[in-house]
Design a protein around this ligand. Structure first.
Ligand code: SIN
Length: 279
């Protein structure tokens, strides 16, 4: 039973589709092809009522990108018992929560994550814990023509040390360092071919080739454009058993921590994509 017999509801015209009545344990080639096509079109898929063990979760992840699962640099420090599974756990003892702020997962890598799949196990009893997503194709489209032209001529550094050291306070393990990569500010999406605005508050530290104060002003201009372009955004309300798949090259996301001191727990599996190139 594939997507044709499932109920699909768009979260808004631009981004996000909710799917009910699909059983990902029945994944086969036909369903995989349908999910890849729908993700390329809608960027975020919210699939309700799943009963996935880790193997089934990994099987779904492997249908995207290169099929190679990502191992997060902070995995073991954040309590992971499987290098391919990144725990997203927040409770009364947490000082920070994963992903609270607009970001793209791990854009410091040379070949960024193609898709992340977060499977929710536990939600706060009294609500909250939504995640906002934003389409970076829509954000690029909504830039004015002179800003589009400027962005196409810029490159920026994405540095893992910025969030991992400065925000999470975790040093790289001995003899290793966090990834740092210079990417174009406008990239061509490897599947959809769309132009994507590729700069995020989570990882981007420096626009190359401009002065210090120009850098600060320009970065803030692009960040505020992204945050203020509400037509590009959708909001996902989770339930235990929801699997949300996001196209990590086409989107940014922001987890909302409004449920302290209650707990929320999900497991994220991400799959590496091909290298990205300027549009
Ligand atoms: C993340 O992957 O950044 C966490 C997203 C979330 O907890 O909703």
């Amino acid at each position: 039973m594939g997507l044709a017999s499932a109920r699909q509801t768009q979260l808004n015209p631009v981004i996000g589709t909710e799917i009910q009545g699909l059983d990902l344990n029945q994944l086969d080639e036909a369903m995989a092809g349908e999910l890849r096509a729908l993700l390329a079109e809608r960027s975020v898929l919210v699939i309700r009522d799943q009963a996935l063990d880790r193997e089934a979760h990994k099987r779904v992840a492997r249908i995207f990108g290169t099929g190679v699962l990502h191992q997060h640099a902070l995995g073991s420090a954040r309590g992971s018992d499987d290098p391919e599974v990144y725990p997203v756990r927040t409770n009364a003892a947490s000082k920070i929560t994963a992903g609270e702020g607009w970001h793209t997962d791990v854009s410091c890598d040379p070949a960024p994550i193609a898709a992340s799949l977060l499977y929710m196990h536990e939600m706060p009893e009294h609500g909250g814990g939504d995640t906002l997503y934003s389409s970076m194709a829509e954000c690029f489209t909504r830039l004015s023509p002179p800003l589009k032209e400027l962005a196409r001529n810029l490159k920026a550094t994405h540095d893992g040390a910025f969030p991992y050291r400065t925000i999470y306070g975790i040093e790289p393990s001995a003899g290793t360092h966090y990834n740092k990569t210079v990417h174009p500010l406008v990239i061509r999406h490897p599947v959809s071919g769309k132009d994507i605005l590729w700069i995020n508050r989570g990882f981007t530290t420096r626009i190359e080739g401009v002065s210090h104060h120009e850098n600060r002003g320009l970065m803030e201009l692009f960040f505020q454009h992204i945050e203020n372009t509400l037509t590009a955004q959708c909001r996902v309300r989770w339930e235990a058993g929801t699997l949300t798949i996001w196209d990590n090259v086409a989107t940014q996301h922001h987890a909302v921590w409004d449920y302290y001191p209650e707990s929320r727990y999900g497991e994220r599996i991400s799959v590496i994509g091909p290298e990205i190139h300027a549009a």
